[in-house]
Every structure is written in structure tokens, then in C-alpha cells.
Design a protein around this ligand. Structure first.
Ligand SMILES: *[C@@H]1O[C@H](CO)[C@@H](O)[C@H](O)[C@H]1NC(C)=O
Ligand SMILES: *[C@@H]1O[C@H](CO)[C@@H](O)[C@H](O)[C@H]1NC(C)=O
Ligand SMILES: *[C@@H]1O[C@H](CO)[C@@H](O)[C@H](O)[C@H]1NC(C)=O
Ligand SMILES: *[C@@H]1O[C@H](CO)[C@@H](O)[C@H](O)[C@H]1NC(C)=O
Ligand SMILES: *[C@@H]1O[C@H](CO)[C@@H](O)[C@H](O)[C@H]1NC(C)=O
Length: 242
């Protein structure tokens, strides 16, 4: 009776293996939670607040859903906001705040490689009307700069890099040229209240990789099914064998 058992084991082994949870494929079309992406990024409190305040946070997922081109978002760190000349945000009208946020959005998905070869200037969501408010890109793979004409900075990390949404970290707020051409803001009349008490001495960049952690597990059920199947096969095998 020993050898049939061994045979049985040998026979079943591959079957058991094939039934263990095959890495659950993260559905590429699953809902994208931008809030979650930015929270997970750990240093985007100010940007998140601005996105929320301007309602872009709620509009963007809808636009994304209705687009077959995807989108690209540049997310300035909290440091980037802290390094703005004081009062910059508070001196912006609500409309201009929206414009500023949309200037960080490209209505198309660009991989890092795409950005190297894209033809300048690239239209942003802020400038669909007159063709101003574009961004320029230069560099080579993994070393891409973005320029507004007044601000240039390197894109050095991606919070998310899979179609349909790319989210790149920038350590400067992308101020449009036309914002600085406007007459100088009158004094610091309003007390700065935009910046929360949270000045995270956060890990400098490098959360590395894309934020898309493949949803873990869901394998439990499959294991059960596997066991059931194995049991059935054992029965069958024994019947045949005897
Ligand atoms: C997105 O993620 C945030 C933070 O993790 C959560 O509070 C929110 O409910 C999520 N929204 C959706 C639509 O799942
Ligand atoms: C967005 O702002 C509303 C209030 O204006 C607040 O209740 C909500 O928690 C904010 N959401 C995020 C993700 O910051
Ligand atoms: C996305 O669009 C599809 C139809 O195109 C719709 O069924 C779905 O509810 C939309 N999802 C969101 C989150 O808007
Ligand atoms: C962007 O690039 C275009 C084409 O090379 C150039 O004409 C334009 O001046 C540049 N704009 C900025 C803001 O650098
Ligand atoms: C990218 O921008 C940085 C400044 O942030 C500059 O020092 C560097 O030379 C630029 N690189 C390229 C390839 O333009």
C-alpha cells in the first residue's frame, strides 16, 4: 500500500500547487483613488488640501473615467508649497487656484519615456482655450525636467506610473508664467493660514515604485476549493486504483 500512496502524492502535488492562490491580478480598470495615492505618498498634505478645495479632487476621477487617453498629474510635495513666496496661495482668487491646480494636470497619460520625447510645449488642463499655459519637458530616461518658464524642476519619482493615471512627484509648485507676469501682489495683508501645522519632516522623496500595491489575498476561497478538488481526486484515484 506504500507505493500507491507515494504515487498518489506525486500525482497530486502539481495539482495542489496549481490551486494555491495565483497572484490575484490587480484589475487595471479598478477605481483609482487619488486621495489614497496622495495620502500613501506621505508628503502631499498641502496639495491634497488644494485639490480638495478646488474640487479637482472630485472632478478628476470622472474625467479620468470618461477619457481613453488617461491623465498625468504632477504632485508638488509639502516642501514645495512651503518654499513658495509667502502669501502666494492666499493671494490667488478661487479661479486662479483652480487654474494653478489644473496646470499640474495633463489630459493624457505620459510615461517617463513619453515625456522625454514629447513635443513642447505640452498642453495642460489649465490651458485648453488659448494654447498658453503649457509645460515644457526635457531630459532623458529617468531624468526628466519640467519647466514652466519661471520654474524648472526635475521629475524624480512616481507615485503611480500605470495607465490611465501617472502621478509624478515634483519638489516645486509649477507656477505658470502668466501668474508671475501679473502685477505684484499687494503686501501680505492676509495672515498665512493656508499651511496647516503639519510641517512633516518627512522622508525625502523615495517611496519608490508605484503606489499600486497589488490587492493582497482573496486566495482563501481558492485554497478551500483546491482542497475540495483534491479530496475528490483522491477519491477518484483510489477508486480507479482499487
Ligand atoms: C479613497 O481613499 C481614502 C483614504 O484612504 C478614503 O477615505 C476614501 O473613502 C476612498 N474613497 C473611495 C471612493 O474609495
Ligand atoms: C475635503 O474638504 C471637506 C470640507 O471642505 C472635508 O470634509 C474633507 O474631509 C476633505 N477631504 C479631503 C480628502 O481632504
Ligand atoms: C465610469 O464610467 C462607466 C461608464 O463609462 C460608469 O458605468 C461608471 O459608473 C463610471 N465610474 C465612475 C467612478 O464614475
Ligand atoms: C517651451 O518650448 C517651446 C518650443 O521649444 C518654446 O517655444 C517655448 O518658449 C518654451 N516655453 C517655456 C516656458 O520654456
Ligand atoms: C534640470 O533642472 C535642474 C534644476 O532643477 C538643473 O540643474 C538641470 O541642469 C536640469 N537638467 C536638464 C537635463 O535640463
Amino acid at each position: 500500500m506504500a507505493s500507491p500512496l507515494i504515487l498518489l502524492t506525486l500525482f497530486l502535488l502539481p495539482l495542489v500547487q496549481s490551486q494555491t492562490p495565483t497572484a490575484p491580478a490587480p484589475s487595471p480598470t479598478g477605481p483609482i483613488n487619488l486621495t489614497n495615492i496622495l495620502i500613501t505618498g506621505g508628503q502631499f498634505t498641502s496639495f491634497l488640501r488644494l485639490l480638495n478645495e478646488t474640487q479637482v479632487l472630485t472632478q478628476l476621477p470622472n474625467q479620468l473615467n470618461n477619457s481613453n487617453q488617461g491623465m498625468t498629474l504632477f504632485a508638488p510635495t509639502d516642501n514645495a508649497f512651503m518654499n513658495l513666496p509667502s502669501g502666494t496661495l492666499n493671494n490667488l482668487s478661487p479661479d486662479k487656484k483652480v487654474k494653478l491646480v489644473l496646470y499640474h494636470v495633463l489630459p493624457k497619460f505620459y510615461s517617463m519615456d513619453d515625456l522625454v520625447t514629447v513635443s513642447n510645449p505640452v498642453q495642460t488642463q489649465a490651458g485648453s482655450e488659448h494654447g498658453s499655459l503649457g509645460l515644457n519637458f526635457s531630459g532623458r530616461a529617468n531624468q526628466v525636467n519640467v519647466s514652466t518658464g519661471v520654474v524648472e524642476t526635475q521629475i524624480n519619482n512616481a507615485l503611480r506610473k500605470d495607465f490611465p493615471l501617472a502621478v509624478y512627484v515634483v519638489d516645486k509648485v509649477l507656477l505658470p508664467l502668466e501668474f508671475t507676469e501679473a502685477p505684484a501682489p499687494e503686501g501680505a495683508s492676509t495672515p498665512p493660514k493656508g499651511k496647516g501645522a503639519t510641517a512633516p519632516s518627512s522622508p525625502t522623496a523615495d517611496a519608490g515604485g508605484d503606489g499600486s500595491s497589488p490587492g493582497t489575498n482573496g486566495g482563501g476561497k481558492r485554497v478551500d476549493m483546491g482542497v475540495g478538488l483534491v479530496g475528490g481526486v483522491i477519491g477518484l484515484f483510489c477508486m480507479v486504483f482499487l
